[in-house]
Design a protein around this ligand. Structure first.
Ligand SMILES: NC(=O)c1ccc[n+]([C@@H]2O[C@H](COP(=O)([O-])OP(=O)(O)OC[C@H]3O[C@@H](n4cnc5c(N)ncnc54)[C@H](O)[C@@H]3O)[C@@H](O)[C@H]2O)c1
Length: 347
């Protein structure tokens, strides 16, 4: 494919996150929107007005959209329980797909997507945007350079108040919303930063009396990675009073000191990276060094679109192909298993 030309994309799902993706596509120099698939008529009317989308480019089914528009790629921004259906259609039509996280809402379904991608040889890439924030990329660089030596113990705290009014319909039906929809970002960042897979996990989930989620609005987990790094993970979706950022507060204990990432302002937003996080190094000889955040040419969804573009035009394999991303799902699934059985899960 000619690298100078924009790749042509059909986006499936134009809800809350779909809106963010539409904005990102409109700003992209590499990707062009040629079709939309959506089943909600009200939303279709809204987005037609907001983005001046031509009515002829709106479809109710993906096969019809693919046959009519012949896209280079599909962007799947439907709820997690619909991901399998959309990804399988794309792969069977031989069209590469960039699909929102989680890969799917259960392991069997996630495996079917991976099998289909293997069978057809068609790309299925998962959108793990937190990887491509300044914050996570800066931590990655500090660890890669071993500025404080090797890490061995990690403490991640994530506390948010997610009001019931902000919880979408599909989320209300998920019995492990916090882990499946949110902690997945933190787990994926752990795999990226510490370059290792899950060895074991022990977890507890519970609801305090003030929780408005049906269950497990708090999670406490102890994870051990194959390289021996131990991680203490605390998370909540019904935390009152003081919240962390979406990326969370990270304390990485290394041979020669501690790396601390925490939120220092009261700013908040729906997406990560806007909440005034700072990263500091505390050295063994009591020095405190504030680290400048990495400057990124592309961030979050813009990075993912760029990576998808490069995969389609230059054949460069993306980092979060479904064959890799199922290992992030593996942490999600085993953490849930530990909560449900009350036992430590060894992988
Ligand atoms: N990376 C992030 O930070 C982040 C943040 C929020 C949501 N997400 C992910 O984005 C995905 C979508 O979440 P959302 O918040 O936009 O949900 P949403 O409910 O607002 O939007 C989903 C849209 O998909 C449409 N849809 C459902 N079935 C369809 C089908 N068969 N064909 C076409 N359209 C269909 C719905 O009508 C809806 O408009 C989820 O996987 C979620 O986990 C990611």
């Amino acid at each position: 494919m000619n690298k100078q030309k924009k790749i042509k994309i059909v986006q499936v799902g134009i809800g809350r996150m779909g809106n963010y993706w539409l904005k990102t596509i409109m700003e992209s120099k590499e990707v062009e929107l040629i079709g939309v698939v959506e089943i909600n008529d009200q939303l279709i009317e809204r987005r037609i007005k907001e983005y001046s989308i031509d009515r002829k480019d709106i479809f109710k089914s993906l096969p019809e959209a693919i046959e009519t528009t012949k896209p280079d790629g599909i962007l799947n921004v439907t709820p997690p329980n619909i991901h399998e259906e959309i990804d399988l259609i794309s792969l069977q039509f031989g069209v590469p797909v960039l699909s929102e996280k989680p890969l799917s809402d259960n392991l069997e379904s996630a495996k079917k997507i991976v099998d289909e991608s293997n069978k057809t040889g068609v790309l299925c890439m998962v959108a793990q945007d937190y990887r491509y924030t300044k914050q996570i990329q800066t931590l990655k660089k500090i660890l890669l350079e071993e500025r404080l030596g090797k890490p061995e113990a990690v403490f991640v705290n994530f506390f948010k108040k997610l009001p019931l009014k902000d919880i979408l319909e599909y989320c209300r039906k998920m019995s492990h919303l916090l882990i499946t929809d949110m902690s997945i970002h933190h787990f994926d960042a752990m795999r990226l930063l510490f370059k290792s897979e899950l060895n074991s996990v022990w977890a507890r989930g519970f609801n305090p009396s003030w929780s408005w989620l049906e269950k497990n609005s708090y999670v406490i987990a102890v994870l051990e990675l194959e390289n021996g790094i131990k991680i203490s993970y605390n998370a909540s979706f019904s935390s009152l009073g003081k919240e962390t950022s979406w990326i969370g507060d990270w304390r990485i204990e290394c041979e020669k000191g501690v790396i601390v990432m925490s939120k220092h302002s009261s700013q908040t937003g729906y997406l990560p990276g806007l909440e005034g996080e700072t990263i500091e190094l505390f050295t063994i000889d009591k020095k405190q060094i504030k680290v400048e955040m990495e400057n990124l040419e592309f961030e979050k969804q813009a990075y993912l679109l760029h990576e998808f573009y490069r995969a389609l035009t230059e054949g460069i394999k993306p980092a979060t192909i479904c064959q890799d991303n199922i290992k992030t799902m593996n942490i999600v699934i085993n953490t849930i298993k530990s909560i449900e059985t009350g036992l430590e899960v060894r992988c």
